[in-house]
Design a protein around this ligand. Structure first.
Ligand code: SF4
Ligand code: ZN
Length: 420
């Protein structure tokens, strides 16, 4: 018998009303920041015998042993066991930590994996909130939401800096890499089905993402494996199976079955969608895309910019300006939202020639995708160090200067057919 835990034993409130709560520096007791110190959040499946249900351990200093206003390390490992548990469910459970921790009154959370940031307010701290209560929240929420697969759950919270470093580099990062590698070995051709995701319909009612192994959801947080796991965990939930038996046009990646699914899940708002084209029937965008890609007519190429980059692009528009014309669940040929990991994919704008159309990206994004992008360019076109041919804000933010740079580098887009 499974019992729903309705009352979580913590000294502050727990409700979705607190999800948007922001904690300013001056109101903060302590913070944890994965971009500065060693942090991690991880779900690990284990044997039932290895887990003591509802055990919560803090290894290292508690919040009341940390200096007011200080930045600290934190790594929490949520161990789960259940006979229906699969390791593919781990990232799906992990991704929910963001919502769970944000629902705590006076606690704020962003990011994921080893890049999370948490702030605890002075008010929550003074009410008695401690790190062990994060464990209580994770325990109760995981047991509640994933009762179909989790029978036992134990939480270990590390704050000792040396332990956090060990957990991050020796346990968490290798796990993340293994997951990413598993996904990398899959191609769109090697699987029988794709998945829809309609999680964003709450605020973008006609939007549907079609998630394939080589094209993750535009939010960057839902890979094909995640969508598959979400579907198995909740068969009537946001991710549904889409068959891909009736190919209409291989070049742009259009399927009768995908169109049917998109029509159904968009309540008829969307008729046809392609998987691999930005010009013909492109996929729609909600509002949470990591990146936006848009055509740059002077170079026959495309410019990509990401949410973190606040500056100007050679299109004469910033990310928010591009976002305002790309989002909302409508098709906007020439522009599309996408995840960062899609940039190195062989399916990125395949119909228009693929990644050799990319002429500009913010420097940070370029560095983030360089390894995979270079590898894909080498495989597809035999080009070495393709990223060096791509402009960024330190080179040019004006189309004329950009074209001069691309010409000097012999960028392949200049020799391609115009996109419109
Ligand atoms: Fe799902 Fe797409 Fe929203 Fe990501 S952006 S949560 S894949 S609908
Ligand atoms: Zn969205």
């Amino acid at each position: 018998i499974k019992i729903k835990i309705t009352n979580i034993d913590i000294p502050v409130a727990f409700a979705s009303a607190f999800e948007g709560e922001i904690i300013r520096r001056g109101d903060m007791q302590v913070e944890f920041d994965g971009s500065r110190v060693d942090c991690a959040e991880l779900v690990q499946s284990a044997e039932a015998t290895e887990i003591e249900d509802h055990k919560i351990t803090v290894i290292g200093p508690e919040a009341d042993e940390m200096e007011l206003g200080s930045k600290n390390s934190i790594a929490y490992v949520v161990k789960v066991a259940g006979k229906n548990m699969q390791s593919d469910f781990e990232p799906v459970i992990e991704r929910k930590f963001h919502n769970y921790i944000n629902c705590i009154e006076g606690v704020y959370h962003t990011g994921q994996r080893d890049m999370q940031r948490i702030r605890i307010s002075k008010d929550a701290f003074n009410a008695g909130f401690r790190l062990k209560h994060i464990g209580e929240v994770l325990y109760a929420s995981v047991k509640n939401e994933f009762d179909a697969v989790v029978d036992k759950c134990e939480v270990v919270i590390y704050t000792d800096p040396a332990e956090c470093k060990r957990i991050r580099h020796e346990v968490a990062v290798p796990t993340f890499n293994k997951r990413d590698d598993r996904l990398k070995s899959l191609t769109d051709e090697s699987v029988d089905v794709y998945y829809s995701c309609i999680l964003c319909q709450a605020f973008s009612p006609s939007h549907v993402c079609v998630v394939t192994p080589e094209r993750l959801g535009l939010c960057g947080a839902v890979s094909w494996l995640d969508a598959k796991a979400t579907n198995e965990l909740d068969p009537n939930g946001p991710c549904q199976v889409i068959t891909k038996e009736k190919c209409i046009d291989e070049r742009i990646g259009e399927y009768e079955d995908v169109n049917e699914a998109v029509r159904k899940f968009s309540q008829g708002a969307l008729e046809e969608v392609s998987l691999y084209s930005i010009m013909e029937k492109p996929m729609t965008s909600c509002g949470c895309f990591e990146c936006i890609c848009g055509i740059e007519p002077f170079s026959n190429g495309v410019v990509i910019t990401n949410r973190e980059y606040a500056g100007m692009t050679p299109l004469g528009m910033t990310f928010p300006e591009l976002a305002s014309m790309t989002g909302g669940g409508v098709q906007t040929p020439g522009f599309m939202g996408h995840g960062k990991h899609f940039i190195g994919s062989k399916k990125f704008m395949k119909a228009e020639g693929g990644i050799e159309r990319i002429v500009w990206m913010p420097k940070e994004l370029k560095e983030f995708v360089a390894e995979r992008l270079n590898q894909t360019a080498k495989e597809l076109y035999g080009i070495d160090n393709f990223t060096d041919m791509v402009g960024d804000e330190t080179i040019a933010t004006d189309p004329e200067e950009l074209v001069a740079f691309l010409t000097e580098k012999g960028h392949p887009a200049l020799g391609l057919d115009p996109m419109m």
